[in-house]
Design a binder for this molecule. Structure first.
Ligand code: NAD
Length: 338
């Protein structure tokens, strides 16, 4: 299979490419713009592999997308490429809408045209066999929960941040291409990931960086916001499962059954690094900060027999150790917030 992975130089995409190259003999084409969040160093272990190709470019560049689909005869798209940081979306929503919505639509249009059986028929809804478009979305599209309950695939989309709204909009356009053009799409909505090669602007690597350097750890509000956490390799195995066994037109929630308050994670990191809790500094809460996310992942676990392999404790130890051993990687990512 020839798979186009977009955003493959980022956190989850780079982990996914390495996971897939080591498990299958597929050809992987990584299309990434290399924004501040993309780093080819994440892929240095695989850059010599002949069936891995890197193309620098923008998912909004339709001419380039056509060339890539033709040159590599793309059979599957896994769309990771996105602006992904909520805080940045609060400061500058426009780039989020541009990349996350219009970029997704450019990819859908290219896949539709390239995979159509009868290219001259404007209304053709027959596609080549076994082609698939997987949209990588997030549980943030569902909004926020109270103390009880879980997001299921039937939960209404109620995004609160500009980031979440851009991802929900992309989910809607993906759905529309299935309903209108019968394009073979599947959407996954995953909870918060953590693991190796995550940009230090994100919560867990930021806390590890600050704790290990004894810089005050900025915790939003009262620190009692709850997130469900999934080790990145488990997200990769879930996407692999959806790619091979998922039903076309469906949405699959992916979660780790690891609900944690932010402050609990901060304390875990400080304890592991043997640092004093005095380093915790409560700062003004993020605007519109969602209180709780929790995923019901029974659909993917019952229907596709996927479940996470790593416990939260195993994942966080691996992650902390990796950041300690790769401090120069962290400091090469700019800028690290205060
Ligand atoms: P990331 O910010 O680490 O990586 C994003 C990648 O996309 C970068 O390599 C960047 O260079 C690339 N990119 C950005 N704009 C592009 C464009 N216009 N064209 C081509 N490439 C472009 O993000 P991540 O954390 O790896 O997230 C990947 C995907 O997974 C995103 O779609 C995100 O919404 C989704 N997701 C992330 C999480 C999480 O916890 N990190 C959870 C659920 C879903």
């Amino acid at each position: 299979m020839n798979i186009l992975v977009t955003g493959g130089a980022g956190f989850i995409g780079s982990n996914f490419i390495k996971y897939m190259l080591s498990k299958y003999d597929y050809t992987i084409i990584n299309l990434d713009l290399l924004t501040y969040a993309g780093n080819l160093h994440n892929l240095k272990d695989v850059e010599h592999i002949e069936r891995y190709h890197f193309v620098r470019g923008d998912i909004r560049d339709r001419e380039l997308l056509n060339k890539v689909f033709q040159q590599f005869e793309i059979q599957a798209v896994i769309n990771f490429a996105a602006e992904s940081h909520v805080d940045r979306s609060i400061d500058n929503p426009e780039i989020f809408l541009n990349t996350n919505v219009l970029g997704t639509q450019a990819l859908l249009d290219t896949a539709k045209q390239f995979w159509k059986v009868n290219k001259s028929d404007k209304y053709c809804t027959d596609y080549k066999e076994n082609v698939k478009f997987i949209q990588i979305s997030t549980d943030e599209v569902y909004g926020t929960l109270g103390k009880e309950g879980y997001f299921t695939e039937e939960t209404n989309l109620s995004p609160n941040s500009p980031y979440a709204a851009s991802k929900a909009s992309a989910d809607m356009i993906v759905r529309a291409y299935f309903e209108t053009y019968k394009l073979p799409v599947i959407t996954t909505r995953c909870s918060n990931n953590f693991g190796t090669y995550q940009n230090p602007e994100k919560f867990i690597p930021l806390m590890i960086h600050h704790a290990s350097n004894e810089i005050p750890l900025p915790v939003y509000g009262d620190g009692k916001q709850v997130r469900d956490w999934l080790y990145v390799e488990d997200h990769c195995s879930a996407i692999d499962t959806v790619l091979h066994k998922g039903r076309i037109g469906e949405v699959y929630n992916i979660g780790g059954n690891n609900e944690k308050e932010n402050i609990e994670i901060v304390r875990t990191i400080l304890c592991y690094l043997n640092k004093n809790e005095d380093l915790i500094e409560y700062v003004q809460d993020r605007l519109g900060h969602d209180r709780r996310y929790a995923i019901n992942n029974s659909k993917i676990s019952k229907e596709l027999q996927w479940s996470p392999f790593y416990s939260f404790d195993e994942g966080i130890v691996n992650t902390i150790q990796w950041y300690l051993e790769n401090m120069s990687w962290t400091t090469s990512q700019v800028p690290i917030p205060n």
